[in-house]
Design a protein around this ligand. Structure first.
Ligand code: MN3
Length: 199
């Protein structure tokens, strides 16, 4: 396969109350593009050219660090753009997801606190996640480009806590960014769709 940069599913200023056009321009057009460009260079001759993106991520982990970093970040960002939408967040959650949030994560309020805390306590660059593992939802955090795929889990929701994701809008206030993401940006329908596909 060849990695290609997907279009954002909304305009650059669509999230501007919580994530500026400038952030999205840099994050999508520069950072994500760099993962695509470098990933394609490193994929060439790796022996994994015919694999799916998910398999490239899993098979390159611990074996081909350069390829892994770029492929995993490509995977993470493809979903990250779709985990957000204008007028997102809130507590109207599709039934399949609400059910597991209640049974596995102690309800929405506890899930919110634990997810935000995972993002705050991820030292340095990384991601916070809600992932499905062995049929149950779990809150996870990972460094750099790592993601739940390499821990035998499927990402259902994730938030980028690299500084490039929030520094223009929130400076060093990562907790404020995470609260805004949770309360105003999350596309619950997309998370619900990923859950349905994973179960
Ligand atoms: Mn990023």
């Amino acid at each position: 396969m060849t990695f290609t940069l997907p279009e954002l599913p909304y305009s650059y200023d669509a999230l501007k109350d919580y994530m500026s056009a400038e952030t999205l321009e840099y994050h999508h057009d520069k950072h994500h593009q760099a993962y695509v460009t470098n990933g394609n260079k490193l994929l060439e001759g790796s022996g994994l050219e015919k694999e799916s993106l998910e398999n490239i991520v899993k098979l390159s982990y611990d074996k081909n660090t350069g390829l892994f970093n770029n492929a995993a970040q490509h995977y993470n960002h493809i979903h990250f753009w779709r985990w957000m939408k204008p007028n997102g967040g809130g507590s109207k959650i599709p039934a399949n997801l609400q059910k597991l949030i209640d049974s596995d994560l102690g309800g929405l309020e506890k899930m919110r606190a634990d997810f935000i805390n995972a993002g705050i306590t991820q030292f340095g660059s990384g991601w916070a996640w809600v992932a499905l593992k062995d049929g149950k939802l779990e809150i996870m955090k990972t460094p750099n480009g790592e993601n739940p795929l390499i821990h035998d889990a499927t990402p259902i929701l994730g938030v980028d806590v690299w500084e490039h994701s929030y520094y223009i809008d929130y400076r060093n206030a990562r907790p404020k960014y995470l609260e805004a993401f949770f309360d105003n940006l999350i596309n619950w329908e997309y998370a619900s769709q990923l859950l349905e596909e994973a179960l």
